[in-house]
Design a protein around this ligand. Structure first.
Ligand SMILES: *Cc1c(COP(=O)(O)O)cnc(C)c1O
Length: 389
């Protein structure tokens, strides 16, 4: 079976994990700050806050930007539910901006017209969460320009985009955002088993997220509101959570990030290979990566323009029978039952819904061989031809 994505673990990773297991620290030891430092150096952001998942990082990011009851948060419907759930955790009102069907990312024109309307009705968002779908950065410069004009803050959901670039900067540099969030789930670019991280250049936001990941408790005297009672003393000064990353995860992260650029190089080579193989197929459109972006290719997605849900189901079942675990990213969030109960309905976001009908995710991961890429592409082509008959 060829999955759509999977982790790449080598002997160095295993050694790092075993060494940590034998050490004095399983949690709250040295590896997490070391991993944070490695990531902030890699991406070029001043601060990195490691947590136990990207979902936790998104929650802490919303809290750090004071998202609360009645505030509005906008994101992309073409994402995993965590991108919008984080706002609901804070009792905010969620809304979605339709996508550009060719990239799968939030459409800037749709964002601009939605902002214009929201301004008239006094319903502007406090925070917008662009999602770098499949590993391609959104047009961050345009979003940042709109942010300063309409007065909202930006959290990048870069769960797919560790190691990707926008112009000459790495995603995570926060050049155009307040906070940028990564996921280290095994199916993502690098893994810590479960894990996530929030990057920022703002010391107050970093401090808020550090406190939030560990109960709102501080051990450092400078942050205390009353004199310390002695060396055992700690103070709770806000309501936080236990969202910490542990030292085994941190050690794996340090070992994985050393291979990040190699992983991205391999993923780009695989994507280029697929692109070539689909070049002469009139109905198959690989996602377009624009020239300001260097994608991390977390996902390789094709759109098949004459697909409907009946044919799509048949195609994906046939691929699975051939050992190819093709997948679909994403079911538009607003069409999930939980979101329908909040008032969203099918038809609200036509591009995201049409995209969902057409899109298929094909296998991509660093150890996928060129012969497997060819096998997958040929199967897709022949099965599509058969469906035409
Ligand atoms: C995977 C993913 C998340 C959640 O990541 P976890 O680390 O599993 O919490 C959030 N947003 C997007 C776009 C994702 O792909």
């Amino acid at each position: 079976m060829i999955p759509y994505g999977k982790q790449h673990i080598d002997d160095e990773d295993i050694k790092a994990v075993v060494e940590t297991l034998k050490s004095d620290w399983l949690t709250q030891g040295p590896t997490v700050p070391m991993f944070e430092q490695a990531m902030s150096e890699y991406c070029g952001a001043k601060y990195a806050v490691a947590v136990n998942s990207a979902t936790s990082a998104l929650h802490l990011a919303c809290l750090a930007l004071s998202v609360g009851e009645g505030d509005r948060v906008w994101t992309s419907p073409n994402s995993f539910v965590a991108s919008s759930n984080c706002a609901l955790y804070c009792n905010a009102i969620v809304d979605f901006v339709d996508i550009d069907i060719e990239t799968g990312n939030m459409c800037i024109t749709a964002l601009e017209s939605k902002l214009r309307k929201a301004k008239k009705t006094n319903t502007l968002p406090k925070v917008v969460i662009p999602v770098h779908f499949a590993g391609q950065s959104c047009d961050m410069e345009s979003i940042a320009t709109l942010a300063s004009h309409y007065g909202f803050r930006i959290i990048e959901d870069a769960s797919h985009a560790v190691g990707a670039k926008y112009d000459s900067s790495f995603v995570g540099s926060c050049e155009y955002s307040d906070i940028c969030v990564f996921s280290f789930h095994p199916v993502k670019i690098i893994t810590t088993m479960e894990g996530g991280m929030a990057m920022t250049n703002n010391p107050a936001l970093a401090e808020s997220m550090r406190m939030g990941r560990s109960h709102g408790v501080t051990n450092t005297e400078q942050s205390m509101t009353e004199p310390s009672h002695g060396p055992w003393y700690y103070q709770q000064i806000s309501l936080g959570y236990n969202y910490r990353m542990n030292d085994i995860e941190g050690a794996l992260g340090i070992s994985q990030v050393k291979k990040l650029s190699e992983f991205i190089g391999k993923r780009n080579a695989i994507a280029k290979n697929y692109d070539e193989l689909f070049k002469s197929c009139p109905k198959i459109y690989p996602l377009i990566v624009n020239n300001r972006s260097y994608s991390s290719y977390h996902l390789y997605v094709i759109r098949v323009t004459n697909l409907n849900f009946v044919k799509k189901k048949e195609l994906i079942e046939s691929l699975r029978n051939e050992g190819i675990l093709a997948h679909v990213h994403y079911i538009p969030i607003h069409t999930q039952p939980y979101y329908k109960a909040l008032g969203f309905k099918c038809g609200d976001l036509p591009s995201a819904e049409l995209y969902y009908q057409q899109a298929i995710t094909l296998p991509i991961f660093p150890s996928l061989k060129p012969s497997q890429v060819k096998f997958v592409a040929n199967k897709v082509k022949t099965l599509l031809d058969e469906l035409e008959k």
